[in-house]
Design a protein around this ligand. Sequence first.
Ligand SMILES: C[S@@+](CC[C@H](N)C(=O)[O-])C[C@H]1O[C@@H](n2cnc3c(N)ncnc32)[C@H](O)[C@@H]1O
Length: 253
Amino acid sequence: MKRVRPADMTEMYALRADTIDYFFPERDDEVESWAKIASEYGDDVLHLMCGTGEILVGLAKKGFNVTGIDLTESMIYQAEENLEDEGIENFDLIVEDARSFKVGKKFDFIFISTGDFHHFLEQEDINLVLGRIFAHLRPGGAVAIELFQPNDQDFKRPEKRYRPFRETPPGLKVWKVNRSSYHADSQILEIVERLHVEEEGEIVEGEYDIQLQLHTEEQIEHMLKDAGFEDVKHLHKDDLVGEHDSWIVLAKR
Ligand SMILES: C[S@@+](CC[C@H](N)C(=O)[O-])C[C@H]1O[C@@H](n2cnc3c(N)ncnc32)[C@H](O)[C@@H]1O
């Protein structure tokens, strides 16, 4: 058995790129929610921190012009494969940092899904990301960020074992165990994750720490307003399609 300890965020995601999608349930409802929100603003959509591009695939199939940005090369390669496998020819995928990306166009709608915004721990980084988003939206365009609830009971569980939500191909076994602790004073959620991947008898175990900076509605609203956004709205379960434990903050440029 190989034990792997990734040194940084991109190494950690590179290790997870082949199996991360098994830990998301089928994503039709998620795509439906994003399509519903994006369609208010237009067709040109950017998914920041897009991972393997599953949401981009769904949006492209609905007729949006999709662009994905992610810092991890193997995620972008996986996204390219996913889009091409679905016969989608018209897309842009870029390996870039959300804090410094430059794309030569403006979008109608930019979004960060699945709590990925929580990866930014420092206020300086948060300001950079929001500044880049603002600069890449057309006036009247919108940003949407999906966030976790600081009071989510799941974060209070000391240990949780995840089996894949989807059927894995023959010869592949994958599961992960999360140990999490939430620090209410700093609103930091610390997760130690152990990922087990067994393929054709070869076992790789990765262990890594994930730190997530959670935010209250008031905090995120202030940050968006400071970055120049207006008309901030919070969308909850009833406004979204499917089962959502997270919420989405939406704001206009
Ligand atoms: C949980 S995964 C993404 C899942 C994806 N949003 C989805 O819905 O399928 C988080 C992603 O954030 C990317 N990431 C982390 N830090 C980043 C940064 N500074 N800039 C751009 N992407 C980043 C990682 O490479 C990883 O692919």
